[in-house]
Design a protein around this ligand. Sequence first.
Ligand SMILES: C[S@@+](CC[C@H](N)C(=O)[O-])C[C@H]1O[C@@H](n2cnc3c(N)ncnc32)[C@H](O)[C@@H]1O
Length: 291
Amino acid sequence: MTTLVDWDEPPLFDVASGNPREIKTKEQKKPVWSENKAELIARYLRLFVFITRHGTYIDPFAGPQTDRSVQAWTAQSVLLNEPKWFRNFFLFDKSSNQIAHLRKLSREHEDRNLYIHQGDSNLVLPSILPVGSIREREATFCLLDQRTFECEWQLCEHIAQLRPGATKVEQFYFLANGWLPRSLKGTSTPEGEQRITAWLGKEDWRSFARLGSFERAETFVNKFKYELGYRSVKAWPIYQREKDGGKLMYYMIHATDHPEAPKLMARAYAQTVKPLPSIDQLSFGFNGAGS
Ligand SMILES: C[S@@+](CC[C@H](N)C(=O)[O-])C[C@H]1O[C@@H](n2cnc3c(N)ncnc32)[C@H](O)[C@@H]1O
């Protein structure tokens, strides 16, 4: 097993390596910090759109997590990306405060199509975007940025069916790590257990709760791969800064059918701590096929 950094947790680039069909990407030398998550996603989508030249962005948990005056949040970062080739944004949130932020964002980006919906995304999204509602040729990315247990597994199943044809909508799924064991152990009520069951899908959540960090991520990688049929699924670790303990806070699980996409994600992950390349450098870099 290779080492990403000298901390206790194993790197997760190996999670999918047992499968000979998995697309190989370069080993990463530097970790991405938790506060750079929005930047990682924006950078990845900048590379993505250079291939697709258009795009639809779906964000079922879209409201800003952090203080917006300090840090950009993901939906905002993606809207600010240049070139502005992502045209359609489906943004959902259950909180009315968060919807107010999203509506403000919409007013700031009237050149794009922003569709904002309030409610529980597990219920609302399938009614707004039913199975097969995304055109086969529409390049589409879905961020599932939950805090812990908010995204029910059936929403991931639904998103995998949004687009007809061989290439499913890409999913980038947040899996909590640092605080997950505590959240699982702290669940004692029937409602809490029901919530975890809906989040996890058909696995027995008590057995899942006994797994270590690596095996939990592996479980989700395998769910996206074998239950939903994604060609490549990789878990990208996101860390807390060393000064704050250096813990592996969460994984971002990237499920895609596009053979170039994992290489672009590896490139975005490696670049996230560096300054943004210019548009010219970015187009030039594609000659080397993005690994
Ligand atoms: C972790 S935050 C999203 C962070 C954001 N992506 C960012 O980059 O800052 C999760 C958001 O999901 C919303 N939320 C939680 N449960 C939800 C649900 N069932 N349906 C829709 N939104 C939900 C919360 O109100 C919150 O705004």
